[in-house]
Ligand binder design. Structure first.
Ligand code: SER
Length: 317
């Protein structure tokens, strides 16, 4: 395989910011181009503005820079998507088709597509969502991710494009803000607990969802992308499990660091989205195919989030 030349879309998003920095460290910042519709958050590599609906510009950036690996991260998440389903569909679906087509007609060798727990609906075993299940998602975001996964599989089968994908659980980190997701509560709660000592949670106390700490999510992404092609048996998307908890369980963990913290529950429309998602995923295929293993459980996550936010606070005061 020749040297990697990497381009990311949606690089200024929650996962994109951290993944871009990690890829720049690993492959050299001269080999990474971050793109986003919004501004440059201070990347250590080249940055270009890119609207993923502008296929011509995407193709130009990819072909002129000899891109081999395309990470198509740009998307509207679940909660924001429900506010404007048509727009979410356009960006998520047209953006993905543009990325797949650009990869097909250029020298891109590998394409990464982030899928989600949102592809599942209430028809599956909520205790442990299977790798292969009927996908009847209840949010426009979930519909677009389920369709996106299937388009990825189509491009692999039809054109031999080496497409790889992960169904991320809710991703939790403190170095980049999440935006518009249902699992975002699990990031907000830490900031509010540290800064205000109180959190008004937009989900129910017992809304169990699969989650993953950022470092594990980034490591999984890179491990999947670096795995030999013959190890990849799933070309739709791999289930990935980090940990599972409810808001009440996370609150109890946070209390170990901030004993005086309080919480109230004010579930809104996002609870309906959470109700349609599984509490846990079966990630046996990721373990067997490319050796996935999580490192962060809820207590390691809580300590890392607490200490990370505290140290950010100290840097700004
Ligand atoms: N974290 C995403 C969301 O809540 C799920 O993939 O929308």
């Amino acid at each position: 395989m020749r040297n990697r030349k990497i381009l990311l879309t949606g690089a200024a998003g929650q996962i994109g910011q951290i993944l871009t920095r990690e890829l720049a460290k690993r492959y050299g910042s001269q080999n990474v181009i971050a793109t986003d519709i919004s501004g440059n958050p201070g990347f250590p590599c080249a940055f270009e503005k890119l609207d993923v609906l502008d296929r011509e510009r995407m193709e130009k950036l990819v072909s002129e820079n000899g891109i081999t690996d395309l990470y198509h991260l740009a998307a509207i998440l679940s909660a924001t998507g429900e506010k404007n389903p048509q727009k979410a569909w356009d960006i998520n679906m047209r953006g993905t088709l543009n990325a797949l087509e650009v990869a097909r007609v250029t020298d891109v060798e590998r394409l990464f597509f982030p899928s989600s727990i949102a592809v599942f609906g209430i028809e599956i075993d909520r205790e442990k969502a299977p790798q292969h299940a009927p996908l009847i998602p209840h949010s426009v975001y979930g519909i677009s991710k389920a369709a996106g996964e299937n388009w990825c599989n189509y491009y692999f089968e039809k054109y031999g494009l080496d497409v790889r994908s992960i169904r991320y659980p809710g991703v939790i980190g403190y170095e980049s803000p999440p935006g518009g997701g249902t699992t975002d509560y699990a990031v907000d709660i830490f900031y509010k607990a540290v800064e205000e000592g109180h959190y008004a949670c937009f989900l129910n106390a017992n809304a169990r969802l699969p989650m993953i700490y950022m470092d594990d999510a980034i490591r999984a992404t890179i491990e999947l992308m670096e795995a030999p092609s013959e190890k990849i048996s799933i070309r739709t998307s791999y289930n990935l499990q980090g940990m599972s908890f409810t808001p009440a369980e996370l609150f109890e963990e946070i209390k170990k660091f901030i004993p005086e913290v309080t919480i109230e529950y004010q579930p809104d429309y996002r609870q309906d989205i959470a109700d349609s998602w599984p509490g846990r995923l079966d990630d046996q295929a990721a373990k067997a195919d490319w050796g996935w293993k999580r490192e962060f459980d809820i207590s390691k996550l809580t300590e890392t989030m607490y200490r990370g936010i505290k140290s950010l606070q100290q840097q700004t005061t």
